[in-house]
Design a protein around this ligand. Structure first.
Ligand code: ADP
Ligand code: ZN
Length: 818
């Protein structure tokens, strides 16, 4: 009987593809193994086996698979099920999930290929439209052949462009079908066994009398073997005996030395094995842990709501220990930015080499190693700590998932598909494993708290900081009055200046928060009112004083700051608004003695730049840290006694239904950086609206008040958590095509769902990288079937795609968008 196999291709195809399975390959083929398959005219892809069967497809004549790549499945059944859930729930294809889930190195390539750069982040750098098209295409598929790039750019010569991109580290170039993953080996040498006896060795040394350098190598090696009893790395031997590589090669050629390659896993922990015994929990931590355990008896998910510095991490660690001792794997998820060395070392000190870190800053090879360790359920992968994508790892025996800072919006993947929420996807994963989930936050998301209130999640609270440390005193500073009376110095109120002065005189540290980078977001001519805009996006250019440039924060476009207005020619340019760079400059004028540092996207580009600023500040290398929201996450600075928020209004006025919730979270989290030792810290929030209820809730730490007020507004306007939402975005280069297309789609949606549809409307930035954008929001009441709604939307999309002039409009779904 002829055999067929349905496979998942790592590209956005709605359906699985069926291939013929040659008899000799059929024997051990299982779901989750990789196969190489031909696709289209000349492409070869790595696909994932989904199902083996005997029913030939009716619509096309299937091709044969080329080869089977794995001997054991790379992806297990639970993952398969989980990925299907993600594809269905977030309205994308299984291929897109596959593409995101496995490290790129697992996907084999054919011919000369262009791949995404490994380390380099190109966002925010200057990217030409052509370069962008290539990079964007690489977000959707692993690799492009040179011919594909020609097609995309509609030109014949692309090599110079690709070469430039390669030099900038944005892409990699590869050749021929081969596995990209190469385990790392250490090249080491030993003495050939024939010189084992002392006599033979002495003879050898005599023989080498006329080759003093070679003789030196043998002596060094002999010494090493006597003391270390492990092979010596070639490099080390070379250094120790002070010879060139040629000398060692000579000895290898003469068979006096033997080369040995030793495979090493790079994810090794170099430190003491879990030396730190776990700290004793305080009474309230103990009580909290007990409540979590109780709640796990009945419910699978529990929310730990503990104020900043209440010691949530210690509670997590105790709980993890319990699951580990039952032989279960633990996944510790946290936002990328909170994945700091500080936290990793704390966990490693406790769990030693059982901890693996899965990090997007790791190389492809390192990610492959973590993947394999988790799949083999190895000792060193019992605890995986990582950002959102670590939930795609092949867990065998998952017992507990911790989602730290569960309110963080960076758990939601924005682009490309799958646009999944890691917290929610982790809960589904845990259910498939029969595992438990602990969510932790000082400022839970409305969604999670709603689930607590409706009895879906358990709940436990820690209202005190660990060690009797006091919560900081939070105070609003009305700057409306001060600016009217010209009592501000730049963007600093007298109160904030006095606070900084006092803190510095006590030799303590200050954090200043301003959620905008650069010097000023708008440059404007005082004579004619003209403000320079990005040529590719509908947004004003931000002035960056240190480079004397205007930059676009959406596409990376930049140009030199002009002296005269481009419109009227007068030299009357002025700036409006302010960013971190301007605050830093004003600080230097106000406090010339103080040492200041800045933490934002501009100062944290390099691989270790972020860590350097954190450790510099923690060790007291500077007194004041100015930063964007990067300063809010998971940092434990001992000597910060004052936190200043330069302008709270910009956050509150953001046009989004989550703006108030997010302001509460952000401000509370920044405030939580203050006063982590015995002394009570101070937080000063500068605002033009001291009456604003959200700010008052921040001052009094009134989470419940915030929750209830926001929830009533959300219910009234039918937003989450009471309803669900799907945001549909349309993108196209042509303004009128986009408008017509979005209107057509919007009307069809309204026919189906009536009042529940908002838009189409332009978002605040209506054009990015020369693409116009319109959005429609579909609200889905809890009692309406989400699955049916999605099916109706998909049907509308099918009719939409049948209209030829709309086919080139991109339609992007974002379910539960953030
Ligand atoms: P959170 O994550 O809730 O903000 P942390 O877990 O970072 O708080 O704890 C705050 C500080 O208190 C940390 O420096 C931590 O080492 C310390 N701490 C918390 N619990 C204990 C404990 N049981 N024993 C000793 N130190 C603790
Ligand atoms: Zn731009």
């Amino acid at each position: 009987m002829e055999q067929f196999v349905d496979v998942v291709l790592p590209i956005p195809l709605e359906r699985l593809f069926t291939y013929r399975l040659p008899g000799d390959l059929a024997a051990n083929l299982k779901q989750g193994m990789r196969v190489a398959v031909p696709f289209g005219k000349s492409k070869i892809y790595t696909a994932l086996v989904f199902r083996v069967h005997q029913e030939p497809p009716t619509a096309y004549d299937p091709k044969e698979i080329h080869e089977v790549i794995d001997e054991v499945p790379l992806v297990n059944n639970i993952q398969m099920e989980h990925w299907q859930w993600i594809a269905t729930y977030y309205m994308c294809t299984l291929g897109e999930v596959f593409r995101t889930a496995v490290p790129g190195a697992f996907l084999l390539e054919s011919e000369t290929l262009v791949l995404k750069g490994e380390e380099k982040e190109w966002e925010d750098e200057e990217v030409s439209d052509q370069e962008f098209l290539v990079l964007e295409a690489l977000e959707h598929q692993t690799s492009l052949k040179i011919g594909d790039v020609c097609d995309i750019l509609e030109r014949k010569t692309v090599l110079p462009l690709l070469h430039r991109m390669y030099e900038k580290g944005w892409i990699q170039l590869r050749e021929t079908l081969h596995s990209q993953y190469k385990p790392k080996y250490i090249r080491s040498v030993t003495l050939h066994p024939k010189y084992e006896s002392e006599k033979d060795l002495n003879d050898l040394l005599d023989e080498l009398n006329r080759a003093p350098k070679q003789r030196e190598v043998i002596l060094t090696l002999f010494q090493h073997q006597a003391t270390e009893r492990i092979p010596i790395e070639i490099i080390e031997l070379q250094k120790k005996s002070r010879v060139s590589a040629g000398v060692i090669r000579g000895l290898l050629d003469k068979d006096i030395l033997q080369e040995k390659k030793i495979r090493t896993d790079r994810i090794t922990y170099e430190g003491d094995e879990g030396v730190l015994t776990q700290p004793e929990l305080s009474d309230f931590q103990q009580k909290c842990l007990g409540e979590i355990r109780d709640s796990f008896r009945e419910l699978d998910v529990t929310l730990l709501q503990g104020v900043t510095s209440s010691g949530k991490t210690e509670v997590y660690m105790k709980l993890m220990e319990t699951f580990l001792s039952q032989g279960k794997q633990v996944l510790y998820l946290l936002p990328e930015i909170a994945l700091t060395t500080q936290l990793i070392s704390r966990l490693q000190a406790c769990f030693g080499s059982r901890v693996s870190v899965f990090h997007s800053r790791f190389s492809l090879n390192e990610r492959v190693e973590v993947w394999n360790n988790v799949r083999r359920n190895e000792e060193k992968a019992q605890v995986v700590i990582g950002a959102r994508s670590s939930l795609f790892l092949p867990f065998e025996n998952l017992g507990l998932v911790i989602v730290d800072e569960e309110h963080e919006n960076s758990f939601k993947q924005f682009d490309p598909a799958p646009r999944y929420h890691a917290r929610d996807a982790a809960i589904v994963l845990a259910t498939l494993h029969g595992a438990k989930v602990l969510l932790g936050s000082a400022t839970p998301s409305l969604e999670s708290y709603y689930n607590v209130r409706t009895g879906k999640y358990g709940h436990t609270v820690m209202n005190y900081r660990y060690g009797g440390v006091q919560m900081p005193a939070v105070e609003l500073v009305d700057i409306r009055d001060a600016s009217r009376r010209k009592r501000m110095k730049g963007h600093f109120s007298e109160k904030l200046i006095a606070g900084i002065q006092e803190t510095l005189s006590l030799r303590e540290q200050v954090i200043l928060f301003q959620n905008r980078r650069g010097y000023a977001p708008i440059v404007e001519c005082m004579t004619c009112g003209h403000a320079p805009q990005c040529p590719n996006c509908d947004v004003s250019l931000t002035y960056h004083q240190s480079r004397n440039e205007l930059r676009c924060h959406y596409c990376g476009y930049h140009e030199k700051m002009m002296v005269q207005c481009m419109a009227c020619g007068n030299a009357t340019l002025d700036t409006k608004g302010f960013g971190t760079e301007q605050i830093e400059k004003e600080l230097k004028e106000l406090f010339p003695e103080a040492r200041t540092g800045r933490m934002d996207l501009d100062t944290t580009r390099g691989k270790f730049a972020y860590e350097k600023i954190i450790s510099g500040f923690a060790s007291g290398q500077f007194d004041i840290l100015v930063g964007t929201q990067m300063v809010t996450k998971g940092l434990d600075f001992r000597h910060v006694n004052l936190v200043g928020i330069m302008n709270a209004d910009a956050l509150l006025n953001f046009p989004d239904f989550r703006a108030h919730e997010r302001s509460y979270q952000l401000l509370t989290q920044v405030a939580g950086r203050a006063g982590r030792t015995e002394k009570q810290g101070t937080v000063l929030i500068q605002t033009y609206n001291p009456q604003n209820p959200v700010l008052r809730q921040v001052v009094s730490g009134d989470y419940i008040g915030m929750y209830e007020e926001q929830l009533s507004q959300r219910s009234e306007y039918r937003y989450p958590p009471v309803n669900r939402i799907i945001r549909i975005s349309f993108k196209h280069k042509g303004y009128s095509t986009l408008n017509e297309a979005a209107a057509w789609f919007g009307k069809a949606l309204r026919n189906a769902f009536g009042e529940q549809v908002l838009g189409p409307e332009f978002p605040p930035v209506a054009r990015i990288r020369n693409q116009f954008i319109k959005q429609v929001l579909v609200k889905i009441p809890r009692d309406r079937s989400l699955a049916q709604t999605k099916n109706s939307i998909k049907r509308i999309e099918n009719s939409f795609n049948a209209i030829s002039q709309y086919r080139s409009v991109r339609v992007i779904y974002d379910v539960d968008y953030f």
